[in-house]
Design a protein around this ligand. Structure first.
Ligand code: FMN
Length: 426
């Protein structure tokens, strides 16, 4: 058993006591910025009338503004724990019409992309992958600016970083379907070398990547880009627990490749609406959902995730209000125990009403022997599938990152790690 990967997860469990003992007020003077802007690089505004630009926008662009007295903040196509948005998106474009071949950053604040570096034919980020054949098309790179999350969630923030990155991959999945080009995820690349080349200085690190494109025959020979550090938070506090957790889980072992594209049963135009309108529900009315609706969501959640390091995620769920479905605790479609566990589910999610007033509350789990970074991001991706399928059916969804780890395990009767909870309902 890999005790190293376990240590971080074990160390960052919530319990009834830990939540009460460790709740310090936030230091607002150290609140991190949620935007990284490469000011000194050419800015290309995203034009929503251009299909490729719109596809890029779907990956993390701004879709709503909320105003409270004294503050305004912007919500995006992706959800984020605490709306802290620690994930940054970079991509390499090669041979895509309308784009200079090069490395780009998604400048979310300005709804634009920035060209960071032009690449020659024989160079590219493929240099850092086991397969160095050129990718004709897009190669996306996802990083985490960890202090954005650790400012609020302290050591547990690495989990949220991985979940948020998983949501970003989920956003790519549905966007790629809309864009009519398949995608697949690559977790296996030299992230540490790329962190250096991007000048992240240990404050930001790569977590995953994904391809929307085709392999050519030629092999990349080099990658000349070296960027200097660009501010992403405007305040920073080192978190040694997170830095260590990243390093200990960055090298992958015994990966299973599985490149099956999921069956996505969406009408393209309605999917576009779901992508742009997706939101987290704040409160349920307690109205039941239909059996077919629930099955539509569960089927999509359970479908294949195309990647070079696929890890098993189990889907447990508490049915509270689904017409024609028995109340109880289920695992991967099978009833484990019948009964009304709605209060229990709410309690387990740190007493959040979302967990008890839902139609269904999901708990995603995975083995401690798995590769932690791919496993956790897959849980986030599945969470994103719930959001999109929910929005598509006009059913409310909220991700829930806070739960009493050991009590959930006891309730589910599993030794596996609890990765994520998600509530759906009306
Ligand atoms: C990993 C993750 C964990 C979350 N945990 C909670 C939670 O415990 N409780 C909650 O009410 N919302 C939770 N949310 C929802 C966020 O608060 C929400 O995504 C964010 O405020 C942005 O709003 P939007 O999703 O409507 O765009 C979570 C979201 C994510 C992605």
């Amino acid at each position: 058993m890999d005790t190293m990967q376990n240590t971080y997860h074990e160390l960052t469990k919530h319990s009834y006591l830990s939540v009460r003992e460790n709740s310090k007020p936030l230091d607002w003077s150290k609140q991190p910025s949620v935007y990284k802007v490469y000011e000194n690089y050419p800015k290309i505004p995203l034009d929503l009338n251009n299909k490729t630009h719109k596809f890029l926008y779907m990956l993390g662009g701004i879709t709503a503004k909320k105003s409270y007295p004294g503050v305004e903040y912007y919500l995006r196509t992706v959800p984020s724990a605490g709306a802290l948005y620690p994930v940054e998106i970079y991509f390499q474009s090669r041979g895509v019409e309308g784009f200079v071949d090069g490395i780009y950053h998604f400048d979310v604040a300005n709804s634009a992309i920035r060209l960071l570096y032009k690449i020659e034919d024989d160079e590219g980020v493929e240099f850092f992958y086991p397969d160095r054949r050129v990718v004709e098309g897009f190669l996306f790179l996802y990083s985490g600016v960890y202090y954005r999350s650790s400012w609020k969630y302290k050591d547990r923030a690495f989990r949220y970083l991985l979940l948020d990155a998983g949501h970003a991959l989920g956003a790519l999945e549905v966007a790629s379907f809309w864009f009519e080009h398949a995608y697949y995820i690559l977790f296996d690349f030299d992230k540490l070398a790329l962190n250096e080349r991007f000048g992240f200085e240990n404050r930001e690190f790569f977590l995953s990547s994904a391809v929307v494109g085709k392999r050519g025959e030629a092999r990349v020979k080099r990658f000349g880009m070296r960027l200097s550090y660009v501010e992403a938070t405007y305040s920073f506090e080192k978190n040694p627990v997170i830095e260590e957790a990243y390093i200990k889980t960055v090298w992958l072992r015994g990966c299973t490749k599985s490149f099956f594209y999921p069956r996505i049963n969406f009408v393209r135009s309605r999917l576009e609406e779901a992508i742009f309108h997706r939101r987290s529900i704040r409160e349920f009315t307690g109205t039941p959902i239909k059996k077919e609706e629930f099955e539509f969501i569960l089927e999509y959640m359970s479908d294949k995730v195309p990647s070079d390091c696929d890890e098993r995620v189990d889907i447990y769920y508490v049915v509270n209000r689904v017409e024609g479905v028995k109340k109880g605790l289920y695992k991967n479609g099978e009833l484990l125990v019948e009964g009304d566990y709605s209060k229990k589910a709410g309690y387990l999610c740190l007493e959040q009403a979302l967990g008890s007033e839902s139609a269904v509350t999901f708990f995603l789990t995975g083995s401690a022997k798995s590769n932690y970074q791919p496993l956790y991001q897959k849980a986030g991706l599945i969470g994103h599938r719930v959001y999109i399928a929910g929005e598509y059916l006009q059913i409310g969804v909220s991700g829930i990152g806070a739960y009493y780890d050991d009590e959930v395990r006891e309730f589910l009767n599993t030794e596996d790690m609890v990765l994520y909870a998600i509530a759906i309902g009306r």
